[in-house]
Ligand binder design. Structure first.
Ligand code: ADP
Ligand code: MG
Length: 739
């Protein structure tokens, strides 16, 4: 099995691969297979600098195998080249049985001296193997009848596995085992191990990869995409060299560096990947930036009147981000800015200032929020702020009555309504703006590419060659490396300061068994005139069950506290009732609000200073942080009680510890990234941007910085090289560039 590891000659290819895989394919699928298609179109050339290859052009691979490959994300020759090993096996050395190191995979060779199927303690095939130094037991708990014969006494075998000392003395359980002749040569290179899928064995995948590396396309597939000057400046190994080392490491390559992925060959691949992401996102950015947008300079009039009537003054951080946004709006190109700020840092007022600048210039503004509760709350707040200034604010939601909606739509179309606040309803077809200058998207991660695109095109309706400015807001702080990579297509403003007079929320962890104490605490708080949230458990499997739990909790608490005014709010409540309930809570008519996680985003009731979260162990970190951010908004010292049910899973324990120990959203986010990876932060964004396969943002922060500088240099000085590089890495993933 070691021989084919060398560069495979072309003879061992087409048919044998199709057959070999077909044989080991899962039977039901093979039976159901349609006619195997062969790709004969050899005239199509993969060219990293041009054509997009969406299928194999030099390998003829039957359809069954193609399907299996596509499960691994492999659709063409280039994908095979970039299907890099997940680890390596070292078959280049033989260890004497008695002197083989422990605790790692080793290769030994010996002759079988005994072969037996044992029935106790369970059925297993046990073979004894000896070499000059000692004896080893090889055990198979699952085996085919044929193996008993294959591993007959007298046969010479090579075993790859870990030696342990067990019941039978030194032993290897389920080693990789093959029959060899005496003196058979050892592998000259480390054996790569690839991620595979059912019915597609290592051997076949390896062969395919070797074929491509030796095939007619190798010159273009392995061509350098970085200009010489950059390769030298950053002292990078060549692309071809790196790919070859990774698929076929020379004998002296340090395995640990390969496995830890810190070897320079890995570094090069990771930089290339990060660079492709940077390039594509920056190209995307530049492309949008080159379009036209209404020029909305600061006029002072409305903004000044507004600030003068505010009960508080802006924090330094708020002033800084307001200035950044203001500069963007005054430019004739579309702003694409992400405003980040922890829960409660005061993003709404910043959005309001941005809106005023657009309105001051006679342009309309749309503010979109992901939930009715949040949109409604923005509407309330902005109406009270804007109406005294004579600015008409309208509200648009899915649940609105037809007639009311029609009226609102008319005012948006005529340009009478200067600010429209709403949910997804804002970008539906019937909505057409008179002159949209700015769109603001709150909690941007909840919205997908398509929704943002739809809102963006709204602006183009009235002025076809111009786009509105866009401000996105996020209350989930995004760790720096994440923001540098996955958000590289946006400008970022950060509010890193809280309004004065806040005292941090004190978090308490309480086992569910101490529920009575929690209940007593609530009563006490309510009697002191405080307001309390009771957040019911998240039941992911069933919304109905979640609703039921919330209703039961409401009933129980109402029974325990007959003298308190207790409200209930959940996702199924009609929009109007939801709004009324929130308003009554805000006006302190209700003391205790039982809620599902619908209150998670944005809800702002400063007088509420105690929150109980049931089954906190089921919630994610950012959700807990968001929920907790609903208290601690007023002058009162606030408390958040996290109730949990035992036993706690390992991950739940970690999460609770993090949320208990930290109040800083950025730190929580950083640890969350460590626990769960980037997917959770990206939300709907995930479907629109190039994801990373090889680079690890936590470990490869330094490479990211390099990739960033290389990207700038290439875009400025080597735009064609940049194009080629992106093509290699992302040719089929450039869809999002349209947004
Ligand atoms: P978030 O960033 O979570 O959206 P909000 O915009 O809802 O935060 O603001 C939280 C609370 O802080 C609101 O009640 C808001 O009126 C208040 N606030 C915002 N900025 C200031 C400030 N500079 N000084 C005092 N209070 C402020
Ligand atoms: Mg908010």
């Amino acid at each position: 099995m070691v021989h084919w590891l060398k560069w495979m000659p072309l003879w061992c290819c087409h048919d044998s691969i199709g057959k070999a895989v077909g044989k080991s394919a899962d039977t039901p699928e093979s039976v159901a297979s349609g006619e195997p298609t062969r790709i004969d179109d050899k005239t199509k050339i993969i060219d990293t600098g041009g054509t997009t290859a969406i299928s194999f052009v030099t390998l003829s691979i039957n359809q069954k195998v193609q399907e299996k490959l596509s499960r691994l994300g492999i659709c063409n020759e280039r994908d095979l080249v970039l299907h890099l090993p997940i680890r390596y096996e070292d078959e280049t050395h033989l260890f004497p049985i008695n002197h083989a190191p422990q605790g790692r995979t080793v290769q030994v060779e010996g002759v079988i001296v005994h072969n037996e199927v044992m029935l106790k303690p369970r059925r297993q095939l046990v073979c004894k193997i000896t070499d000059d130094s000692g004896t080893l037991c090889m055990r198979f708990l699952n085996f085919y009848g044929s193996q008993i014969k294959t591993y007959a006494v007298g046969k010479r075998v090579r075993l790859l596995g870990e030696i342990r000392h067990g019941f039978f003395g030194a032993e290897m359980i389920h080693p990789k085992c093959r029959i060899v002749q005496k003196g058979e040569p050892l592998a000259v290179a480390m054996t790569p191990v690839y991620s595979i899928t059912a019915g597609l064995p290592q051997k076949i995948l390896s062969k395919l990869i070797q074929q491509v590396l030796n095939g007619p396309l190798n010159a273009s597939l392995l061509a350098e995409t970085l200009p010489d000057k950059i390769v030298r400046k950053y002292q990078l190994p060549g692309f071809e060299q790196s790919i070859c080392i990774l698929h076929h490491p020379p004998p002296d390559t340090p395995v640990d560096l390969l496995e830890l992925r810190t070897h320079s060959a890995w570094q090069r691949i990771k930089i290339d990947e990060l660079l492709a992401q940077q390039l594509s996102m920056r190209m995307h950015y530049r492309e949008r930036r080159s379009r036209k947008a209404p020029n909305l300079p600061q006029k002072q009039t409305l903004c000044q009147t507004f600030q003068a009537q505010l009960a508080f003054s802006l924090t330094a951080a708020q002033r800084r981000v307001v200035a950044e946004i203001s500069r963007d709006l005054a430019s004739p190109h579309p702003m694409q800015r992400l405003l980040q700020g922890d829960v409660g840092s005061g993003k709404t007022i910043v959005a309001a200032m941005a809106a005023l600048q657009a309105i001051d210039n006679g342009y309309q503004v749309a503010i979109m929020a992901p939930t009715e509760i949040l949109a409604e709350q923005h509407f309330q707040k902005l109406s009270t702020w804007f109406e005294p200034l004579g600015i008409p604010v309208v509200w648009l939601s899915g649940g609105q009555r037809k007639k009311a909606k029609q009226m609102v739509l008319a005012t948006i179309e005529s340009g009478e309504a200067m600010l429209a606040v709403g949910t997804h309803a804002l970008f539906q077809e019937q909505v057409s703006f008179y002159q949209l200058g700015l769109t603001i998207v709150d909690e941007q991660h909840r919205f997908g590419v398509h929704q943002r695109l739809a809102l963006r095109t709204k602006g183009a309706q009235s002025q076809p060659d111009s786009m509105p400015h866009q401000l996105m807001m996020s209350a989930t702080p995004i760790p720096r490396t994440l923001s540098m990579s996955y958000f590289a297509d946006l400008d970022v403003s950060i509010i890193d300061e809280f309004p004065p007079g806040r005292s941090p929320v004190v978090t308490k962890l309480v086992a569910d068994s101490r529920r009575n104490e929690v209940v007593a605490r609530i009563q006490q708080a309510c009697h002191q005139g405080k307001q309390v949230y009771w957040v019911c458990p998240l039941i992911e499997e069933s919304e109905t069950l979640q609703l039921q739990t919330a209703m039961e909790t409401h009933e129980n608490l109402s029974r325990i506290f007959p003298d308190l005014k207790i409200g209930l709010v959940h996702g199924r409540l009609p929009a109007q009732e939801k709004t009324d309930m929130m308003l009554r809570f805000k006006q302190a008519e209700i003391q205790l609000l039982v809620a599902t996680t619908v209150i998670e985003v944005g809800v702002d009731v400063p007088n509420a200073s105690l929150m109980v979260i049931e089954n906190a162990e089921r919630m994610g970190l950012s959700q807990l942080h968001q929920l907790r951010g609903r208290v601690g908004r007023g002058a009162d010292a606030s408390v958040c009680i996290l109730m949990y049910q035992q036993p706690l899973s390992e991950i739940a324990r970690k999460r609770l510890k993090i949320i208990f120990e930290n109040n800083d959203g950025f730190e929580i986010a950083r640890q969350d990234l460590h626990l769960r990876g980037p997917g959770e932060f990206l939300g709907a964004r995930q479907s629109g941007i190039p994801m990373l396969r090889f680079a690890d943002l936590e470990k490869d922060g330094a490479l990211l910085t390099t990739a960033q500088s290389v990207a700038d240099e290439m875009l400025n000085d080597y735009p064609q090289w940049a194009q080629r590089h992106v093509q290699r890495w992302l040719d089929d993933k450039m869809e999002y560039l349209r947004v």
